[in-house]
Write a protein that binds this ligand. Sequence first.
Ligand code: PMP
Length: 428
Amino acid sequence: MSDNHRIQKLRNKYLSQSFSLSYDEPLHLVSGRGQYLYDSKGNEYLDAVNNIQHVGHSHPKVTEAANEQFKKLNTNTRYLDETILDYARALTDKLPSSLNKCYFTNSGSESNDLALRIARNHSNSKETIVLEGAYHGHVTSLIEISPYKHDGPGGKGPPDYVHVVPIPDPYRGIYRGPSSGLKYAAEVETILHEIRSNGKRVSSFIFEPIMGCGGQIIPPNGFLSSSLKMIRDHQGICIADEVQVGFGRMGDSFWGFETQDIVPDIVSLGKSIGNGHPLSVVVTSEELSDEFNNGMEYFNSFGGNPVSCAIGLAVLNVIEEEELQKNALKVGNKLKSLLNELKSVHDIIGDVRGKGLFLGIEIIKDLATLEPYQKMAHKIVNEMRNKGILLSSDGPDHNVIKIKPPMVFNGANALFLVETLDKILSKK
Ligand code: PMP
């Protein structure tokens, strides 16, 4: 029996069947360095998909920070500790001045759940507006607000206090083209009026500035800025879920919300923030934080522990020292333009989109109907894996190939990815 077979059998024995594995031929990875991963047979893979390992797999400065702090002390937020303060200062220095109070958690899901609690505490209401196709996390409160889950396999739809706005997809959504932003915003307005005419008050609008699981979608201009204005006119709270897109990945800005010229009331951070260590943060305003301080203590056994904070600080330092935001801009632009060249010769590519090192390639059957070609996207991702490049597919139709590598991805990596993809597509 091969090693992979043996491990899969043990997974089947000990793990719930709800887990899934990537690729038709699953990978048994044993080490990683920078943008490269290695399997148990010593094969190298170019990682073009793991955005969590933001500054690169096993970054020496991050592992050193973790080891040094763990060797010294790891406690919780009920003791005076300077690690958390150094980190909170460095993190809030990166945010607009109105976002200055931090809560520490251990996952993007915990952060989004807490963000909802803060908003619901403020509004005394649960009425929540979300985007069709959005994913915000795996806990009960977030399955409820994640159409990606509650409208997908096994899902049971949203509860009546969750209101879903059509996905603001200028490529294949209900309104198309770069000037469709205000039409999508009008959908938000309709929902706000519905909530009000039912005698209720909106609590929050939660959104990703660029949708990840939704299919790497950049909302058309004006959609988010107009929507936020309307939500605030109705006294609602605007929550930006930066779990996938923050920390310089956009290239021309540090945060996803900055690409849309907006400032949210709450930001929810995760994934890349700890380079793979379970660290997440919610940042909000002094006013919302004071309101939330209603007598109920906020305590989180692991959230904000010194080891996590030392790691978070090391990640921020590496982003700065290695100029990774600049790299995301340079390499991302190059990669996007090479992919657009591929699009002009392969009709199967319907759209190339995204920003920085957060790109999507939409695979379609027919240029006229834009029919999604999920099977082909799956096949391409698997063939790329067999050629040593790791990608994934996602989106409501599972036909969008996602590129979101560690931020150390370089120009030669981009070229290798595009040339390999070209060879695979040329045989289709
Ligand atoms: N928000 C977004 C946008 C995400 O993509 C994810 C995870 N894919 C989450 C929240 C949940 O984060 P976690 O898996 O750390 O709970």
